[in-house]
Design a binder for this molecule. Structure first.
Ligand code: ADP
Ligand code: MG
Length: 213
């Protein structure tokens, strides 16, 4: 990899996320059956199928790609996760310049803009047992990696690791946002479904950038 992430790499990321969600669809649904309404796997799989159907022909730029992804998720996924994942991508696009290559710092800044959008929309804080518990440590790890000279592939590796740790840390937590919060103390002892799918998102990026390197 030449230090930049191409639009093709980013399209591959979205396809890989779709494949990962399909591969983990039953697990995501089982997690959501424990503390929600058992639709997170099917919600995300349906939404990402709709997204992938709109990637042919491939978008010409990263901002165009993320706009398509975000708008499609907002319009095709019900529940909390559609608008929240939609917002993540809708905020990423404008944070990137429309030119050919995106470097590690730019992609990190776009991810941060996306996660900040999710926080603004869902009002979740770290420790509320949501996707933010995976996403927020991931973007911090990304920035730390870039500050110490990592390229995008290495930054994505660090971010995926931090996301997985954040996901695992949701298990003992009591949910304070979303449907799971209706369960109160009974939400403890289960992984958060959204933190689990968000970890798949970062792991997909790690895998695609490692393959492109
Ligand atoms: P729903 O809860 O509407 O059925 P999903 O099951 O698709 O939607 O998604 C549930 C996930 O959404 C949760 O596991 C959690 O990670 C995330 N979530 C719910 N509410 C919020 C929120 N306010 N902020 C951030 N994430 C949230
Ligand atoms: Mg649900």
């Amino acid at each position: 990899m030449s230090g930049t992430v191409s639009t093709d790499d980013l399209v591959s990321w979205i396809r890989a996320f779709r494949d990962a969600v399909h591969g983990h669809k039953d697990e995501l649904t089982r997690l959501d059956s424990e503390i929600g309404d058992a639709d997170h796997g099917s919600n995300m799989a349906r939404g990402l199928d709709a997204v992938v159907a709109r990637l042919e022909p491939a978008p010409a730029s990263a901002p165009e790609l993320f706009k398509t992804v975000g708008m499609t998720l907002v319009s095709s996924v019900g529940g909390a996760s559609g608008p929240l994942y939609g917002t993540l991508f809708l905020r990423m696009g404008p944070a990137l310049a429309g030119d050919a290559g995106v470097d590690a710092a730019a992609l990190g800044a776009a991810l941060r803009a996306g996660v900040e959008g999710v926080v603004a929309r869902g009002k979740a804080e770290l420790g509320d047992k949501t996707m933010i518990d995976a996403l927020s440590p991931a973007i911090d790890a990304w920035d730390a990696a870039v500050s110490s000279g990592s390229d995008a592939a290495a930054a994505a590796g660090a971010a995926a690791e931090a996301a997985a740790r954040g996901r695992d840390a949701t298990k003992p937590l009591v949910a304070r946002k979303g449907r799971a919060s209706y369960l109160g103390e009974r939400s403890a002892g289960h992984l958060d479904p959204g933190a689990t799918s968000s970890t798949l998102l970062l792991e997909a990026l790690r895998d695609i950038l490692a393959a492109a390197a």
